[in-house]
Design a protein around this ligand. Structure first.
Ligand SMILES: Cc1cc2nc3c(=O)[nH]c(=O)nc-3n(C[C@H](O)[C@H](O)[C@H](O)COP(=O)(O)OP(=O)(O)OC[C@H]3O[C@@H](n4cnc5c(N)ncnc54)[C@H](O)[C@@H]3O)c2cc1C
Length: 381
């Protein structure tokens, strides 16, 4: 159920002030240290950010999808690694449990996920399994009351600090996604290890690493849903996650546009602010138009999801359009800033690198195109 408007406005106001006054001044430090300061993480916990999407009965804020997207837009106005700190708890790391978990599983884990006491990760991708995610090779072999899991999961966000992983592993010989099941795998089980964080292009401060599973005994009680439902659960989780990511893209675009307006109003060439040159105005107009269109698409789709509509196609369209849009907006921002756009001190080149990821993870743009086409063909238009 939606929050009452006053409470929600107060939440938005709190997040906006946190982003502007607390997080933005730290952007350069986070980039340099490739880490989020502990006191910031503590403040995020106190604000309830780890539990945005989790029901109030488990200690979360229980936001609707539309409300969560509005918050994600605010969080998009700073370096995306801050959001990533709690992003897996809000999204891909917790939602399998929310959607398919038993009451006992939810009671055991969700309160600690919502409070940020523990960090969760979502482990689908493997060294040989990316876009074709139904081809999971990690095995889960039933052995009495346990499953023994073996395999490697790749590029797992927050794996460095995760206490609990939602792992997709093959339990059956059925081809593709039909033989895949989902498991809750606590980090402290024997045979679980995490690799060194990867060196990345951007989003410094957010870590990805391999999750290695070496004959890990996972209690059968930790399976999410029935055997063979894991791929379906993963797709439902990603379907939801795509809207959240789209909203973050809108926020970053709005931030970049504001930065461009401020810079173009100040910087003078040919005797006047560059904002008065019509070719600069054209770039600002294109960025603004696209950001408005993405915002409308994201919020409309989130509202329809809250109403119970099937928004598989619309979520993919939002992710496709918003992630490509913010790439174009960042590219224009570098151009509007000229040489300064290429120099690290101004932060524009950092965001240019940061936003590149949005076209890749939670399904590449090509995979979104395939989903949009498949659903459109299925619906007949
Ligand atoms: C920073 C980061 C964080 C991540 N976090 C997580 C996480 O937390 N959990 C997780 O499970 N995974 C995570 N991933 C993995 C991410 O979801 C995958 O990288 C992504 O889905 C693409 O898979 P791939 O890298 O194997 O590329 P590939 O699937 O090998 O794709 C390579 C290229 O081929 C294209 N392609 C593939 N198939 C087709 C097709 N049928 N038609 C047309 N083009 C196609 C792709 O679009 C892409 O351009 C993360 C990745 C990164 C980089």
């Amino acid at each position: 159920m939606a929050l009452d408007p006053e409470t929600f406005d107060a939440l938005i106001d709190m997040v906006r002030r946190f982003v502007t006054e607390r997080l933005r001044p730290l952007e350069g430090d986070v980039e340099a240290a490739d880490a989020i300061p502990d006191d910031v993480v503590r403040e995020m916990r106190e604000m309830g950010l780890f539990g945005l999407s989790i029901a109030e009965e488990y200690g979360g804020l229980g936001l609707t999808m539309a409300e969560e997207c509005r918050v994600a837009i605010e969080l998009g106005r700073t370096t995306p690694a801050f959001r990533s700190t709690f992003g897996t708890n809000v999204g891909i790391g917790s939602q399998g449990l929310v959607m398919a978990g038993s009451d006992a599983q939810k009671a055991e884990w969700l309160p600690r996920i919502a409070s940020g006491e523990i960090v969760t990760s979502f482990a689908l991708t493997e060294p040989d399994v990316g876009s074709d995610s139904g081809a999971v090779k990690t095995r889960a072999v039933k052995d009495g009351d346990t499953y023994r899991l073996s395999g490697t999961k790749r590029y797992i966000t927050n794996a460095d600090k995760a206490d609990l992983f939602t792992v997709m592993a093959r339990t059956g010989d059925e081809p593709g996604g039909r033989g895949v099941s989902a498991f809750l795998v606590p980090r402290d089980l024997p045979g679980v290890s995490v690799g060194e964080p990867e060196k990345k292009m951007g989003q410094k401060g957010a870590k990805v690493a391999d999750l290695n599973l070496d004959d890990v005994p996972v209690p059968a009680a930790n399976r999410l849903g029935e055997e063979g439902q894991g791929f379906k659960i993963a797709m439902q989780v990603l379907d939801r996650g795509r809207l959240h990511i789209s909203a973050v893209c809108v926020g970053v675009a709005e931030r970049l546009i504001a930065d461009c307006v401020a810079y173009a109003s100040e910087r003078k060439q040919f005797g006047k602010p560059i904002a008065e040159h019509q070719l600069i105005q054209a770039m600002i107009a294109d960025s603004k138009t696209e950001a408005l269109a993405a915002r409308a698409l994201v919020l409309e789709t989130a509202g329809r999801k809250d109403a119970g509509d099937n928004v598989v196609m619309e979520s993919a369209a939002a992710k496709y359009f918003a992630s490509e849009m913010v790439g174009r907006v960042a590219d224009r921002a570098v151009q509007i800033f000229g040489g300064a756009g290429y120099i690290s001190d101004y932060g524009i080149e950092r965001l240019y690198r940061d936003v590149r990821l949005f076209r890749i993870y939670e399904g590449t743009s090509q995979i979104q195109q395939l989903i949009i086409a498949r659903e459109t063909l299925k619906r007949g238009g």
